[in-house]
Design a protein around this ligand. Structure first.
Ligand SMILES: N=CN[C@@H](CCC(=O)O)C(=O)O
Ligand SMILES: [Zn+2]
Length: 396
């Protein structure tokens, strides 16, 4: 097994509690080094005391941190929605119904076209430092098309979510469609996915329908996610916490009681529900930014994700999301970087494996062309990621 020494790291973000990491501290080491063996981190410490390795890479004072963990994307689709975006920028409101445009294009696309689209976005994300991501079905909405989307998603994603309950397809009866999602569709898709999700929002699925979907997913052994409180107040957060969902995503319209509920979910022995904020989506839909500051102040666990999709957030850039979270949601740089790395890993239940630079964990690292992670927000819009290792292999 080949080993690699990455040395001369000006600032190494470990997210490792053993190096003092906590909600507000990245466990940063100065003048640090990392040894990678195969696909794992084998050693972390001071450059001066690093062991020898087969190969050596000199970071020359630059910052190294875990690769981004993008815990919420919709990357299996065809077509785009430029016209809808232009109309929105001219004053139209975002409406869930736009999803149907992508459903039509996705159903009409070949497997190869969908695979190529996913590869294009996953490669783009990788160049920006994203070394692990979740993606969802949800633009198929028939048994066959949802199975196809899940199969294609699993060729690249670290975690795949079944979102048959994205929208009631045009011409279908809502309750009959929910029965299909909870029955035949779930049975066919379940072997290909690890989570189930529902768009719990006015214009999509109501509380009773969302509960049916989540309970069916739970009975099938899947982790639960909810698209909740995106476009207005609603039952999404409450339902997610009640049912022990791994994450509730969007959380733009949340009351102080719901924020307290999310924080409280982590105060027992069981794992709680991560509040996943999607800053690029909030901007692209011209909706209020999710109250990430209040969530953190209350003690909730927060993840930042791109929500890459053609409707509400056509970006894979986690760097952009981190900068926005700092500059507009008032997170510190440390809080935002943690939320986009370890926070995403916790949201996916993969934090034993990714999201930290820790001996034994997957060697997923990115180097910035900058001396510290502060530059991610200090130099917004600048593509700072200059090297990426995924499972120990240099990929960028
Ligand atoms: N809100 C629901 N789903 C996506 C949008 C999908 C679309 O508009 O195509 C989201 O997370 O924003
Ligand atoms: Zn989404």
């Amino acid at each position: 097994m080949t080993s690699l020494l990455i040395t001369g790291i000006g600032e190494l973000t470990t997210n490792d509690e053993a190096h003092g990491a906590d909600a507000g501290d990245l466990g940063r080491l100065r003048d640090a080094a990392v040894v990678v063996e195969g696909d794992r981190v084998a050693w972390v410490g001071a450059s001066a005391s690093a062991p020898a390795a087969d190969e050596r890479f000199d970071a020359d004072g630059r910052a190294v941190l875990p690769g981004w963990v993008d815990s919420h994307t919709h990357m299996v689709f065809a077509g785009d929605r430029t016209d809808e975006f232009e109309a929105r920028m001219a004053g139209e409101a975002y409406a869930a119904g736009g999803i149907n445009v992508t459903v039509d294009a996705t159903r009409a696309a070949s497997d190869d076209e969908l695979l190529a689209g996913l590869d294009r976005l996953a490669d783009e994300a990788l160049r920006g430092g994203t070394t692990a991501f979740e993606t969802k079905t949800g633009y198929g909405l028939t048994v066959e098309d949802e199975v196809r989307s899940a199969r294609i998603a699993s060729t690249r994603a670290d975690s795949v979510t079944f979102l048959g309950a994205h929208l009631v397809p045009a011409g279908s009866d809502a309750d009959e469609y929910v029965s299909l999602v909870c029955g035949e569709m779930l049975e066919a898709v379940a072997p290909l996915v690890d989570s189930i999700d529902v768009f719990c929002e006015r214009g999509a699925f109501d509380e009773a329908q969302s509960r049916r979907v989540l309970e069916a997913g739970r009975d099938a052994g899947l982790a639960l996610r909810v698209h909740g409180n995106q476009l207005g107040e609603g039952p999404g957060v409450r339902l997610a916490v009640e049912l022990g969902a791994q994450s509730v995503d969007h959380v733009a319209f949340v009351s102080s009681d719901e924020i307290a509920m999310l924080a409280e979910s982590w105060k027992t022995d069981a794992r709680g529900t991560v509040a996943t904020v999607l800053p690029a989506c909030d901007l692209s839909t011209r909706m209020p930014l999710a109250p990430a500051r209040d969530l953190l102040d209350a003690g909730a666990v927060v993840a930042i994700a791109s929500n890459a999709n053609p409707g509400t957030s056509y970006t894979t850039s986690m760097g952009f999301c981190v900068a926005t979270a700092v500059l507009q949601m008032r997170l510190t740089v440390a809080e935002a970087v943690r939320a986009a790395t370890l926070g995403g890993a916790i949201a996916l239940g993969l934090d034993g494996e990714i999201g930290r630079v820790r001996v034994g964990d997957r060697a997923d690292l990115q180097m910035l062309d900058a001396p510290s992670v502060t530059h991610l927000a200090y130099r917004p819009g600048v593509p700072l990621t200059s090297a990426v290792w995924q499972r120990g292999q240099r990929v960028v």
